[in-house]
Design a protein around this ligand. Structure first.
Ligand SMILES: Cc1cc2nc3c(=O)[nH]c(=O)nc-3n(C[C@H](O)[C@H](O)[C@H](O)COP(=O)(O)OP(=O)(O)OC[C@H]3O[C@@H](n4cnc5c(N)ncnc54)[C@H](O)[C@@H]3O)c2cc1C
Length: 454
């Protein structure tokens, strides 16, 4: 009956119901799998009105709805647990021509991030949020997780570029938030409320995004170190020099060799650590000189600058393949996402290494180091119960360390199922209770992405 009603709304061509088909849509980039039932259907609306009608029907019948983009999230944020409807916005992927006078662009939730970036670039503009998954991740998914990426140090994350949204609420209400204006404080900031809400408050259907002028001048270097600590200290030295590179990404020896095996680029795999540093904008030669001096002061052993755009593209391809490369060397890769205050970066790296050693776990450490955002990849086999137990203990300890340093448990991946047990303590009682009330206000029947975050 549920399937028949939804079919009437979206049409028979926009719904999948065979178990082999819908199972695919019940998983994401984590190892979590639905435990109770498979989804009832995967539904592909083509208009906002269809989204509204589907949600209204699901709300009335108390059918859980899991909104989904490309399913690349790393926190079990769109896995199915309840026999839900999967609402996939892939067919709502229109991108309007950028407004080059007002530096904005309107796009639908299913649009792919790299397509938005390309269209902006063709018009002399720039959409900076660039998760490494940008060739598949969708606008809706990146808004719902406030995705970041390598360029956040200078340019911020998704939340800094969303000016307005069209969202459908659980009862089918179509809500418009914000505007296409850079300044607008008329009323509460409902736009921000939906950013990072992981599909638990409403379905993002469209967004108006801020663009900035395209940055013409860039210089990319790989700076190598004979110790992880030296690289971590170099990050602080660069920031202390009051230069803001557009990227300071950190890779340890395991990450370098794993990437090099997967995607040969000529990385120096005998080095203990490497910083991928990009400077852009005005005076790039001067910026690069300051960065090099800071790195040498910290003990850099080799500094290699990319001489051509082809070499730069090759390095970026290698860097963005880090997670994929790790998946080739073990059955499971647990990609974590902690953040500490920038100045604590050397300390947290040291602690993570100690913890990995204590629990005898293999890691590949990758970080958006300038943001204090570390992605420790734990390379394990979840079928190995002992190893999994050790990993879970190591993860608890690592989270505790990050929080004690004034940090947090997710900088850009989100909470999902994976981290929800840590949330009450992290947020504190008052904050947590208010957030739960907000969830109840927007979603009285609890149909929107149940069990996630709260
Ligand atoms: C190889 C790889 C590299 C990655 N690199 C980065 C990185 O550098 N930086 C980074 O931040 N992340 C990164 N990620 C994580 C992931 O790509 C991001 O979280 C991304 O934002 C998810 O987009 P998606 O379209 O796949 O969303 P999904 O995974 O499908 O969904 C993510 C969440 O958003 C919700 N959602 C999806 N669409 C909507 C919508 N229209 N309305 C409301 N809620 C919605 C879902 O319910 C879910 O809670 C990476 C992932 C992989 C696999």
């Amino acid at each position: 009956m549920i399937i028949d009603e939804i079919k009437k709304i979206v049409g028979a061509n926009n719904i999948l119901t065979e178990i082999e088909e819908v199972t695919v849509y019940s998983k994401d980039a984590t190892h979590f799998i639905g435990t109770t039932k498979t989804p009832i259907a995967a539904v592909f609306p083509t208009t906002i009105e269809q989204v509204s009608k589907v949600l209204k029907f699901c709300n009335e019948t108390k059918t859980p709805v899991i909104t989904r983009g490309a399913g690349t999230n790393m926190c079990a944020s769109c896995v199915d647990l309840d026999g839900s409807i999967i609402l996939n916005l892939a067919k709502m992927n229109t991108i309007d021509k950028p407004d080059t006078k007002n530096f904005t662009i309107k796009a639908q939730a299913g649009a792919i991030i790299s397509d938005i970036q390309n269209i902006a670039e063709q018009n002399g503009l720039f959409y900076p949020p660039d998760p490494s998954s940008c060739k598949v991740a969708t606008l809706g998914g990146t808004i719902a997780t406030s995705a970041g990426g390598s360029h956040t140090l200078k340019y911020g994350t998704t939340k800094d570029y969303v000016l307005g949204l069209t969202v459908v609420l659980a009862d089918g209400t179509i809500l418009k938030t914000g505007s296409n204006l850079i300044k607008d404080v008329s009323g509460y900031d409902l736009t921000r409320l939906f950013i990072g809400s992981e599909g638990t408050l409403g379905v993002v259907c469209e967004a108006i995004l801020k663009l900035i002028p395209k940055v013409e001048n860039k210089k990319l270097s790989l700076v190598y170190f004979n110790s992880v600590n030296e690289a971590a200290i170099a990050v602080n030295e660069i920031l202390k020099a009051y230069i803001t590179p557009s990227v300071i990404d950190f890779m340890d020896k395991n990450t370098l060799s794993t990437i090099e095996n997967f995607c040969p680029t000529g990385l120096l795999t005998d080095k203990e650590a490497c910083l991928l540093i990009e400077v852009d904008g005005f005076d790039v030669d001067y910026q690069q000189k300051v960065v090099e001096e800071a790195c040498k002061k910290a003990g850099a052993s080799d500094i290699i600058s990319a001489k051509t755009k082809e070499v730069e593209d090759k390095i970026w391809l290698a860097r963005r393949s880090a997670f994929g490369a790790c998946t080739k060397i073990a059955p499971d890769v647990m990609s974590e996402d902690i953040v500490v205050p920038k100045g604590k970066f050397p300390l947290i790296i040291e602690k993570i290494q100690e913890i990995a050693k204590k629990y005898n776990l293999k890691t590949a450490l990758l970080a958006h180091a300038g943001d204090g955002n570390i992605h420790p990849h734990f390379i394990i086999d979840i079928e190995n119960k002992d190893e999994t137990e050790r990993f879970l203990k190591a993860k608890d300890e690592m989270f505790k360390q990050a929080v004690e340093m004034g940090g947090t448990l997710s900088g850009e991946h989100g909470i999902g199922l994976e981290k929800k047990k840590y949330l009450p303590k992290l947020l504190g009682k008052e904050n947590y209770e208010i957030q739960k009330k907000l969830k109840q206000f927007f979603d009285k029947n609890g149909i929107m992405n149940p069990w996630k975050v709260f």
